[in-house]
Design a protein around this ligand. Structure first.
Ligand code: ATP
Length: 222
């Protein structure tokens, strides 16, 4: 789907930022832009789950969440609204998505699974968590109001994987863990946005105006 330059001296760097994106907001989008800059990534693939395995089914369809993501990204360089989980039946396991990215970009690609610290704290409960590290590096993004206190299962999963810096992360194609504090840490959550929309409060400047327009014109989150 996406062309890869086969240059063994400079492997492509791709990140996946998965999620429900119900709806996408500036916390997601600004994090994706700053992640790309900080890690010198070729692209960040933002991938809405069709059927999120670890939470209640969203009230808004996967296709509508993908459409909002496309509207939110617009022409932003290096950000991609990736529909691969919409095309796959059944639960949207990240391990399957990473396997599909690995197939597409090859063994040498530096593949990153980026996620907020709230999601990271539950990583040991995900489907095939060890295999996630066989397929990709895990990069954890700090979020205001969420501290990092890993439980025993997460400590066991991540033991010995911590990379000292970005250069050592990208010395290999997968298997390491890095915590990042991006410059703009935004206290925005989709839960709060849905609450605001349900109660008629403003969401202006918390998400892109194109996403707000989509929500209003499709009467979502009422
Ligand atoms: P909800 O409130 O419905 O749980 P959310 O705002 O956390 O939604 P998700 O779609 O669940 O959004 O998040 C997708 C990914 O983006 C997750 O890894 C999450 O931790 C991360 N993320 C969400 N909001 C932010 C934010 N404000 N800053 C950094 N990362 C975020």
């Amino acid at each position: 789907m996406y062309a890869v330059e086969a240059d063994p001296a400079c492997p492509i760097r791709i990140a996946m930022l998965g999620g429900t994106f119900d709806p996408v907001h500036h916390g997601h989008l600004r994090s994706a832009v700053e992640l790309r800059e900080m890690l010198a990534l070729d692209r960040v693939h933002m991938i809405p789950a069709q059927v999120p395995p670890h939470r209640a089914a969203p009230g808004v369809t996967g296709m509508a969440r993908l459409e909002m993501l496309k509207a939110g990204i617009g022409e932003t360089p290096g950000l991609v609204a990736d529909d691969r989980e919409q095309r796959r039946p059944g639960a949207s396991y990240s391990v399957d998505t990473l396997a599909s990215l690995r197939d597409e970009f090859g063994e040498q690609a530096r593949l990153v699974m980026a996620l907020g610290v709230d999601a990271f704290l539950k990583l040991a409960e995900w489907h095939e968590p060890e295999r996630l590290f066989e397929l990709a590096h895990v990069v954890v993004i700090a979020r205001p109001g969420h501290s990092t206190s890993p439980d025993r299962a997460l400590q066991a999963l991540t033991q010995g994987r911590e990379a000292a810096d970005i250069a050592s992360l990208f010395a290999t194609s997968a298997g390491r863990l890095l915590h990042l504090r991006l410059p703009s840490r935004m206290d925005i959550s989709a839960t709060d946005l849905r609450r605001r929309l349900q109660t008629g409060l403003s969401v202006r400047y918390l998400l892109p105006s194109a996403v707000e327009t989509y929500i209003q014109s499709h009467s979502l989150y009422r």
